[in-house]
Design a protein around this ligand. Structure first.
Ligand code: 13P
Length: 254
């Protein structure tokens, strides 16, 4: 059975003090919670301080991006080793906001993915279609080409721990969630793609999580779908009550 993963993507929110406050409150609520893997992804500047708060818990840290080189003259970038050094276990790759605002392409997603795997970070690779693409019936072809480009050159053994996040762009920050059926269909499509391009075992084990206006009141229905193994939460992850309620409502208490 795949263990659920609930990750909070804080995007460009929270100063160091605010991040420490939020993560301290999350720790109070969820420190002993074993029903899901819980990840928080603050901004780079808050990684080290939030790591200090979470050190004695099972809640782990993720970064929102990384660069593929190890070090060098790349002003403004941060390397996989540095992300690990700050205490991260996970890293988000290819978020649609990075594709839209920062020229992220399948090729750069592929470079970041390989670089993350090389240092043992667990990548959360984001895919998803725009509203226009969905309305013109291109969801599967868009997601397929994002997967093909992003995972190019990788083997089954490399991708076992990779997490794929299906985040329809039209559902991000809009309050418009995909219905559980819409999400399940794409998750199943992704799992079949993994099966065909890697192997059945990898497809069975791989966690495919949903993102896009996940809230306490819709999380349970989404998570009850066979191929939805967790959530990548944006706005609702900035509020301790909402985030903890999503975690508790859609995962099993062990
Ligand atoms: P919202 O939950 O705010 O829609 O954001 C989703 C997201 O982009 C997570 O990465």
């Amino acid at each position: 059975m795949r263990k659920s993963l609930i990750a909070g993507n804080w995007k460009m929110h929270k100063t160091i003090n605010e991040a420490v406050q939020l993560v301290t409150a999350i720790k109070r609520e969820l420190a002993d919670y074993k029903g899901a893997d819980i990840v928080v992804c603050p901004v780079y500047t808050a990684l080290a301080s939030t790591f200090d708060v979470l050190m004695d818990t099972d809640i782990v840290l993720g970064a929102q991006n990384l660069f593929w080189e190890t070090q060098g003259a790349f002003t403004g970038e941060i390397s996989p080793v540095m992300i690990k050094d700050a205490g991260c276990e996970y890293v988000i790759i290819g978020h649609s906001e990075r594709r839209k605002y920062f020229n992220e392409t399948e090729e750069t997603v592929n470079k970041r993915l390989k670089a993350a795997l090389a240092v043992g970070l667990i990548p959360i690779v984001c895919v998803g279609e725009t509203l226009e693409e969905r309305e013109s019936d291109k969801t599967e072809s868009v997601v397929k080409s994002q997967l093909e480009g992003g995972f190019k050159g990788l083997q089954s053994i490399d991708v076992l721990d990779v997490v794929i996040a299906y985040e329809p762009v039209w559902a991000i920050g809009t309050g418009k969630t995909a219905t559980p059926e819409q999400a399940q269909n794409v998750h199943n499509f992704i799992r079949q793609w993994v099966k065909q391009n890697f192997c059945e075992d990898t497809a069975d084990k791989m966690r495919i999580i949903y993102g896009g206006s996940v809230k306490p009141d819709n999380a349970k229905d989404l998570m009850s779908q066979d191929d939805i193994d967790g959530a990548l939460v944006g706005g609702a992850a900035l509020d301790v009550g909402s985030f903890c309620s999503i975690v508790k409502n859609c995962t099993i208490s062990l």
